[in-house]
Write a protein that binds this ligand. Structure first.
Ligand code: AMP
Ligand code: MG
Length: 332
């Protein structure tokens, strides 16, 4: 058997965008940048195109895809809209917020894993937006990584994970936010629920809606677990190395110097650099940590560490979203 040639990486020129828009119209799949993480996109109205996405990722058919749109007109084509959705759309779109709404008939069951609801988002990344506009289609896209692994935040990450399974990667540089979108369930607009934390916080959502957005389905008491959303599984975004979480890391722990262990501090600890000691951001600024999180886990995984120790964040909003991803990376 001959190996498939590896994917081509395209710069975001108008010519390339036109070419990729045509490929999408023809039912091919294309990895695209977004402000959250890189996505693997296909025509959301074409079940065959969407099946290619599941195959390339090795994603189980029970894990539904997010549909990306360019306009509110497209929102109405794929979802049954309510007032709460319009309020949030007005406030946060284009941006890193996904809404769960009843689906329209045109959306194939493949996209929604057979659910009567659809997840919809209007991304803000300029290249992704241009591509959505040029192809004129809603695009279903999960993260562009093999299922369960750390999400990609550069074109090179996509190439590393899927380069032999897909043909086209649009390079938009490192992603702006670095974490997957906030997902809010609006099927019952008077009882909005957070299914996945992200850069847009529960507080902001609650303020915009004028009602409190609760975490996840009732009874789980766990904001990281969303059982109504098939696929929001506990273990996800995981490197091969074991991730071990700490409330607080001290330099004394690092001093043990086991070469199989890496230690990641939120910010640069005092004193000289030393082997196996890492930090997400020199100053420990939360948005900078979010941006660097997945790239750092990948880097240390590729360096061959067996255990990666990480200090959890303190605070709410984006810090909670970072902790959510860290907990999933650490889950067994
Ligand atoms: P990913 O694209 O990898 O960020 O994953 C998308 C996630 O969105 C899924 O794993 C689900 O948690 C959620 N999701 C997508 N579609 C639906 C839906 N129709 N109903 C509920 N949750 C959904
Ligand atoms: Mg994913």
């Amino acid at each position: 058997m001959t190996a498939k040639p590896s994917a081509r990486i395209y710069r975001g020129t108008l010519r390339n965008l036109r070419l990729l828009a045509r490929k999408l119209q023809q039912g091919e799949i294309v990895a695209v940048p977004s402000e959250t993480v890189y996505g693997l996109a296909g025509n959301a109205l074409d079940a065959r195109a969407c099946r290619k996405i599941f195959t390339a990722k090795g994603r189980p058919g029970t894990d539904p895809l997010i549909v990306h749109i360019h306009s509110l007109k497209q929102l109405r084509e794929v979802a049954v809209v309510n007032a709460a959705a319009l309020q949030l759309a007005k406030k946060f779109w284009p941006g890193p917020l996904t809404l769960i709404l009843p689906k329209q008939e045109v959306v194939p069951a493949t996209v929604t894993a057979g659910l009567p609801s659809v997840a919809v988002r209007m991304p803000s990344d300029p290249l992704f937006r241009r591509l959505l506009k040029l192809c004129g289609l809603p695009l279903a896209a999960p993260s562009a990584n093999p299922f369960g692994y750390v999400s990609p935040t550069t074109a090179e990450h996509v190439h590393h994970g899927l380069g032999r399974r897909i043909d086209h990667i649009l390079d938009g540089g490192p992603t702006e936010i670095g974490l997957e979108s906030t997902i809010v369930d609006l099927r019952r607009p008077s009882h909005p629920r957070l299914l996945r934390p992200g850069a847009i916080s529960v507080r902001e959502l609650s303020r915009a809606l004028g009602v409190t957005v609760r975490s996840g389905p009732k009874g789980t008491g766990n904001s990281t677990q969303a059982q109504i959303a098939p696929g929001s599984m506990q273990r996800h975004y995981s490197p091969h190395a074991r991730v071990i979480l700490h409330r607080r890391l001290s330099l004394r722990q690092v001093a043990k110097g086991d070469p199989a262990e890496a230690w990641i501090f939120p910010k640069r600890p005092p004193g000289p650099a030393r082997p196996h000691l890492y930090w997400f951001d020199v100053a420990g600024t939360t948005p900078a940590i979010a941006k660097k999180l997945f790239a750092m886990l990948r880097q240390l995984d590729r360096a061959g560490y067996q255990r990666i120790h990480v200090e959890l964040m303190r605070g709410n909003g984006l810090a909670e979203a970072i902790n959510d991803r860290l907990r999933r990376a650490a889950a067994k």
